[in-house]
Design a protein around this ligand. Structure first.
Ligand SMILES: C[C@H](OP(=O)(O)OC[C@@H](O)[C@@H](O)[C@@H](O)Cn1c2nc(=O)[nH]c(=O)c-2cc2ccc(O)cc21)C(=O)N[C@@H](CCC(=O)N[C@@H](CCC(=O)O)C(=O)O)C(=O)O
Length: 144
């Protein structure tokens, strides 16, 4: 296991670029996807123990957030899905504010409620779900 403070950004160029911009400016407000706000989630790698920085769409309600493992409607879950399952405590930065959250995957009516909020925040999620038989996982973050 790596030292738990070793940071690793995405190998995906455009994602790394947005992450670097957030880190340089100190605010997630410096980036967006189609004008929609983004949050920056720091999570612990399931295998390496590295600190992984994962930008995701901002879905917030009453101080709780949802993270949608859509990966653009790909056939498989994003790799970070496994990180959250293994290490369900993250730091989430929204704007300039960062806080600690406990993470849980949701199902049933709670998932429906948060899926609606997610699609309202980022309509592309609805289209991504039509592109794959994989049911796109939804995680809810509760302030730690
Ligand atoms: C390419 C791969 O990415 P991924 O984890 O599959 O995630 C794919 C994307 O979801 C991820 O890039 C998101 O940030 C993309 N993305 C969104 N992705 C989404 O799925 N949903 C969103 O709402 C979303 C919004 C968003 C907004 C801005 C932005 O810049 C990017 C956004 C990756 O980062 N791999 C790394 C890290 C892998 C990793 O985490 N390894 C774990 C082990 C994991 C295991 O157990 O297998 C470890 O370190 O231990 C690598 O191969 O080195």
């Amino acid at each position: 296991m790596a030292a738990n403070n070793e940071v690793e950004l995405s190998p995906e160029g455009w994602v790394r670029g947005q992450t670097e911009k957030i880190l340089e400016t100190g605010t997630t407000g410096s980036v967006d996807i189609g004008g929609r706000p983004v949050v920056l989630v720091t999570m612990k790698g399931a295998k390496t123990g590295k600190l992984r920085y994962v930008p995701l769409m901002r879905v917030e309600h009453d101080g709780h957030y949802a993270l949608v493992a859509s990966k653009g409607g790909a056939a498989e879950h994003p790799v970070w899905y496994h990180n959250l399952r293994a290490n369900p405590t993250v730091t989430l930065q929204d704007g300039t504010e960062a806080g600690e959250y406990s993470v849980r995957e949701v199902d049933g009516t709670e998932r429906e409620q948060w899926w609606e909020r997610s699609v309202a925040a980022f309509p592309n999620y609805a289209e991504y779900q039509t592109k794959t038989d994989r049911r796109i996982p939804v995680f809810v973050l509760d302030p730690a």
